[in-house]
Design a binder for this molecule. Sequence first.
Ligand code: TXA
Ligand code: MG
Length: 316
Amino acid sequence: MTIKIEGDVKGAAQAGRLLAEGRLVAFPTETVYGLGCDATDEVAVARLYDAKGRPSFNPLIIHVPDAASARALGRFDATAARLADAFWPGPLTLVVPAAVGSPVSLLARAGLDSLGLRVPGHALARTIVAASGKPIAAPSANRSGHVSPTLAAHVVEDLDGRIEAVIDGGPCPVGVESTIVACLGGVPRLLRPGGVSREAIETVIGAPLAGGEGAAIVAPGMTASHYAPRARLRLDATDPRPDEAHLAFGGAPKASGRVLDLSPRGDVVEAAANLFRYLRLLDGEGHAGIAVAPIPRDGLGEAIHDRLARAAAEKG
Ligand code: TXA
Ligand code: MG
């Protein structure tokens, strides 16, 4: 059962405690209700994707209580700094390069070297995030494919029994998601229109934003929405070759060479939590290829397959 918590000072403290323990807690922001979890906890993030029923791992927006916290997690160029000054707290997400040694989980970042950061304009949201003491990953608090919730009751309709708690803070004043702008060097790019208008942003930076629909490449090795390893990926592989590392699943590794098992007990949620970390680890070791074992397609398995297929396709 999902518990309903009042959006007052006491409720915010309780929400912060639950988040710090790795629980899933929905809370209001000025845009839509977000489903939050500790962004540094890979398993909590995997459970969050599972609760939403997402068929793919989109990178999640990381919520922090103030701009100083954001700047500890990401690298802000002059444009990003100016946009943060102008629009935070508020419905703007800035995608910036992750700081070296960023504690934000690779699964929350979908394996990317960048981070979507936002300081919500809703005071209750900031209080909850501050109370948790953690950066909070929060996609909209709906089941995948449903519209974003702007009332606590919408959250309950979609996610009752799948999350620990929902904080009722009344209706969301903006009602559409945050605007997303990528500041990754070069011209800043509009990735998603939202609560702050393109015009308002262009006025602040004194120049037009780059177009921005979809997954255009924004920097070498860094695509807008998915991770690409250097090594060649071979999927559904049961027979690792001598020059390949083996990304196994469910125990009983078949290879004599380098093996990492995504989930020895065969649990897709655990596999999701390890996916990007293990891919990066093996990729960093310089193997020519990575043979990925067959993984079930139920639950988070579908999202794992989606991400692996994209990562494999990147190599052409
Ligand atoms: O208003 C909002 O932004 C709401 C509230 C809860 O804060 N959150 C929200 O999250 O809309 P979500 O998960 O529905 O949207 C996240 C989107 C991703 O699909 C992706 O387009 C973009 O944010 N994003 C996040 N991190 C990114 C990154 N590192 N690079 C590119 N895009 C990123
Ligand atoms: Mg959404």
